[in-house]
Design a protein around this ligand. Structure first.
Ligand SMILES: *Cc1c(COP(=O)(O)O)cnc(C)c1O
Length: 356
């Protein structure tokens, strides 16, 4: 506390990211990073960009990167917005599109915990909608409401459950909420779920958010983007240009552009995680876990006998980091990132040592 803080600062409840440990040799399965490195072409492009031109500002509109994203998704470049990580893209979306006076912003009760943080930062009225007993989002809960939403945001697949909706279910929510923007946070969609990007080409109120942090193995580079109708993208550009003209630095633009263009490496890296997800899921089931059906690069699982906090602490003592959320409904679950073959084997071996 300081008397020099603005009134808002003391009221904020900031997001707490998963631990980035300072000790080496931990099996790090707690923040959904990709177990393989980025595309070698992305690394080469970053190295090539380390030169005297770093004295110059980058392209404020990141046209090269936006074109690469447009090519990958087969949309027009006017439908693409980029930012310094999808967290920054989301922040601009909350301020520019979801802060509405005609209704509350709705999102699932169990969801990405940054959403309530942005609501606090921007003073957005929000309402959470409970997942069903199987931890699924029920589209009908977003359809029949006495009080129309001012906005809707949901991760698909959902975080931290990994459970996905179909594209048609997203369309159903969007059709029933033409008064509001429906934001689909697709941080994990490349690991097997259906993308809502095609919907953004025919529906005026669907906006899809992606990140290069998960499926492109570039969490350290900080690049995310949104795809949507050009009018929505224009609104986001206005917010961005009122905040930071240069969110994508020269190295990030070079690396991210090359990563988006390397389709072969991307397909291989996603397939690797999907195959390992099945190994981890089967291994956990054999070891008395209940595992939710995941379309992400992590699984959400609870042990049938031992509580979540105890297992997380036990695993940490064994050198394996996983994420535990001490929150109602999910306190018995662990969110476990799908790692390399060696990391996944180390996780399962550590669980074999769990006291019975
Ligand atoms: C990881 C994640 C993000 C943030 O990604 P960055 O691009 O690294 O900021 C956004 N939404 C969800 C649901 C995530 O899991």
């Amino acid at each position: 506390m300081s008397r020099y803080w603005s009134a808002l600062v003391g009221q904020l409840d900031p997001y707490v990211p998963g631990e980035q440990p300072k000790i080496a040799n931990l099996v790090k399965l707690n923040t959904n990073e990709h177990p393989l490195g980025p595309s070698p072409k992305a690394l080469a492009a970053i190295s090539a960009a380390v030169n005297d031109s770093l004295r110059l500002y980058p392209d404020p509109s990141s046209d090269g990167l936006r074109s690469a994203i447009a090519r990958h998704h087969k949309v027009d470049v006017s439908c693409v917005f980029v930012g310094n990580g999808s967290d920054e893209v989301l922040a601009h979306i909350f301020l520019g599109l979801l802060r509405q006076s005609h209704g509350p912003l709705r999102f699932p009760d169990i969801s990405y915990s940054f959403y309530p943080v942005y609501c606090g930062l921007y003073g957005i009225d929000s309402e959470t909608v409970p997942l069903d007993d199987a931890f699924r989002i029920r589209p009908s809960d977003y359809v029949d409401s006495a009080r129309p939403a001012g906005g809707i945001i949901l991760p698909n697949p959902n975080a931290p459950t990994g459970v996905a909706l179909t594209r048609e279910q997203i369309a159903e929510i969007a059709r029933a909420n033409t008064q509001a923007v429906v934001v689909v946070d697709e941080a994990y969609v490349d690991f097997g779920a259906e993308s809502s990007v095609p919907l953004t080409q025919s529906m005026p109120n669907v906006l899809t958010v992606h990140t290069l942090s998960k499926s492109r193995s570039l969490a350290g580079l900080r690049v995310g983007y949104a795809i949507g109708p050009a009018e929505l993208i224009d609104g986001l550009q206005r917010v961005k240009n009122s905040f930071n003209s240069y969110p994508i630095d020269r190295l990030a633009e070079a690396g991210a552009t090359a990563a988006m263009d390397d389709e072969a490496y991307f397909a291989e890296a996603c397939a690797f995680v999907i195959a390992q997800r099945e190994v981890v899921t089967a291994g956990l089931i054999e070891r008395d876990f209940d595992v939710l059906p995941s379309k992400a690069n992590f699984v959400f699982a609870r042990h049938l006998k031992t509580d979540g906090a105890s297992i997380a602490a036990f695993l940490r003592a064994q050198g394996v980091l996983v994420r535990h959320f001490n929150k109602p409904r999910i306190a018995d679950f662990l969110r476990i990132t799908v790692g390399s073959e060696a990391q996944n084997a180390a996780l399962l071996a550590a669980l074999d040592r769990l006291p019975k």
